[in-house]
Design a protein around this ligand. Structure first.
Ligand SMILES: Nc1ncnc2c1ncn2[C@@H]1O[C@H](COP(=O)(O)OP(=O)(O)OP(=O)(O)O)[C@@H](O)[C@H]1O
Ligand SMILES: [Mg+2]
Length: 221
């Protein structure tokens, strides 16, 4: 069975923190887990990410932004995700197709139907088995992201999305929640406001609830 799990949510909601903890948690249980991230999961993706971070030297319209993310995803799926799944690894991915729908669809107002078609094309129709959505009030997420930037990650301070107006991030949060509401069987909405440890426990609970986890037989016994 292919295990492809995505981590989604707005800026500073805890995705990157939690994906690391989740991958370690799985590996400690003997599960081969690969943790990867969009858009930078491949060399091409890192180039595209640099273009998207855009330190003010050029403009990127909403359509071009959408297509750049789609290009990064297409390469990521082909080069990293599908081969890892074929090799029997679990793949945990920090942002995936839902992010495109939330940011470029709900956030930028591009056509959702077209984005869904483009997402399916870029991902070779691959869909996550489970998506963890870290939900957090916009202000709290942005405050965390700012604090992180101040803590020595200058490139994050220049992130185009972090500089967007509050209303943009509000649309993203609502967008994610409505995407999740439409596919309740795939989504788990996790309150991102708790401590790192509390949120991690919730993530583990979601992983444990996946069917047919051989390692849990031993733990439960
Ligand atoms: N539960 C938490 N409570 C308090 N601070 C947290 C929590 N989770 C993460 N942080 C801190 O908040 C900042 C943002 O977290 P993180 O980078 O994991 O978020 P993210 O969702 O990956 O953000 P981005 O969308 O910008 O990539 C980091 O400095 C992290 O250490
Ligand atoms: Mg992150």
């Amino acid at each position: 069975m292919k295990r492809f799990i995505t981590f989604e949510g707005g800026e500073g909601s805890g995705k990157t923190t939690q994906i690391k903890l989740a991958a370690d948690w799985l590996r400690e249980r003997g599960i081969p887990a690969l943790s990867t991230a969009e858009p930078g999961g491949t060399p091409l993706g890192r180039k595209i990410r640099e273009l998207l971070l855009n330190r003010g030297s050029w403009t990127i319209g909403a359509e071009a932004e959408l297509l750049l993310f789609a290009a990064a995803r297409a390469q990521h799926v082909r080069e990293i995700i599908l081969p890892a799944l074929e090799a029997g690894q679990w793949v945990l991915c920090d942002r995936f197709a839902d992010a495109t729908l939330a940011y470029q669809g709900f956030g930028r107002g591009l056509d959702a139907g077209f984005i869904r078609t483009l997402n399916a094309f870029s991902a070779q129709a691959l869909k996550p088995e489970m998506t963890l959505l870290f939900d957090l009030p916009v202000e709290a997420g942005l405050a965390r992201a700012k604090k992180r930037a101040a803590g020595g990650r200058p490139e994050a301070a220049e992130d185009r999305f972090e500089q967007e107006e509050r209303a943009f991030h509000g649309r993203i949060r609502e967008g994610y929640l409505s995407i999740a509401a439409a596919e309740p069987e795939r989504f788990r909405i996790i309150d991102g406001a708790g401590s790192v440890e509390t949120v991690h426990r919730e993530v583990c609970r979601c992983l444990e609830a996946l069917p047919q986890l051989p390692f849990l037989e031993g733990e439960r016994a």
